[in-house]
Design a protein around this ligand. Sequence first.
Ligand SMILES: [Zn+2]
Length: 367
Amino acid sequence: MSETSQIENEKWIAAWGADWVLEGCASCNGVFVLPPEKVSQRCPVCGQAALAQMNPDDDRPIHTQPPELLLPFRAAREQLQQNVTQFAKSVWLAPADLQPATLLGRLQPVYLPMWLVDVQVQGEWQAEMGFDYEIVSHREQYKNSGWQTERVKEGRVRWEPRLGRLNRAYNNQMAPALEQQAEVERKIGRFQTQDQQPCQPTDLAGAIVHLPNRSPEDAWNEAVLGLQTAVAQECRQASEANHARGFKWSPSFANQHWTQLLLPLYTSYYLDDDNQAQMLLLHGQTGQLHGVRRASLKRARRVAGMVATVAAVFLLITLLLVGLGLTVAEEALAWAGVAGVLAVGVGGTAVLPLLYAWYVNNAQAAK
Ligand SMILES: [Zn+2]
């Protein structure tokens, strides 16, 4: 270990607590801080590799300063149980490892990082502000053998150019600290950030903390986009307008202050036929679940084999009855027909489990 990384190492240990460990995943490149009892376990985010001690020469972007704020886990245990059970039941011909109890036993609390920035914004803005108004017109209509006047109200928008100066502080503007943030929110929904509280070491017990893989500098552009939306909204409100369009501004920013907020997530996994981990994500506030569905081709083959055996028995009966009909009793031929139809019908369904398993696995793989 080089001298600088030795110092770095001591710094972050002092910040997090002596027995916390820094490990990385070689598959998804995630960097995690974890308590000693979680060391070297399967990566809680991608499930594809075991976590391992970081190579000090590795230049992955890591921000090891401890987070200031967190959103606590709020999803009720029963809700998680219900969602996991429902998911497990939704897969026909599931791999043997896809069991509600197994999934629940592997539930791992993970905190994902999010940047919050406070900033002083100054500058000019201009926009077209829209004001709703109504016009009333009268329409003559011939009804019931007479002319009648009808009052017609119509909504219009009056657009006026406006401009102004802005000088104020914006607090807690969100900016993603993880490249995967948008994908996670697409799968399980957004996080309610009103609930934030100071991050205490005791809150992190048993959890794994994902460190940011985007720096504040990197996330700043997205924070500015969020700010622009907030500012445009406020300028519209200040103008008492109903609509705004063509918002332009020339802002300058000062006194940026960054904090890190942790978002609560549960992950779990099951192993498919090929011993590959398939991940489940559960929203730590709502319990909303996203999981990859994989069917077991082994089980599909077994079921198809059983169905084919039944079809073969019907086929055998058909042949026996045909033999009987041609030699001894002619009426056996009618029964041979019935058995033949059954043999073909049952035999045809033997491909369904295979088709289903193939479809489920490929439909998921395409996502
Ligand atoms: Zn990973």
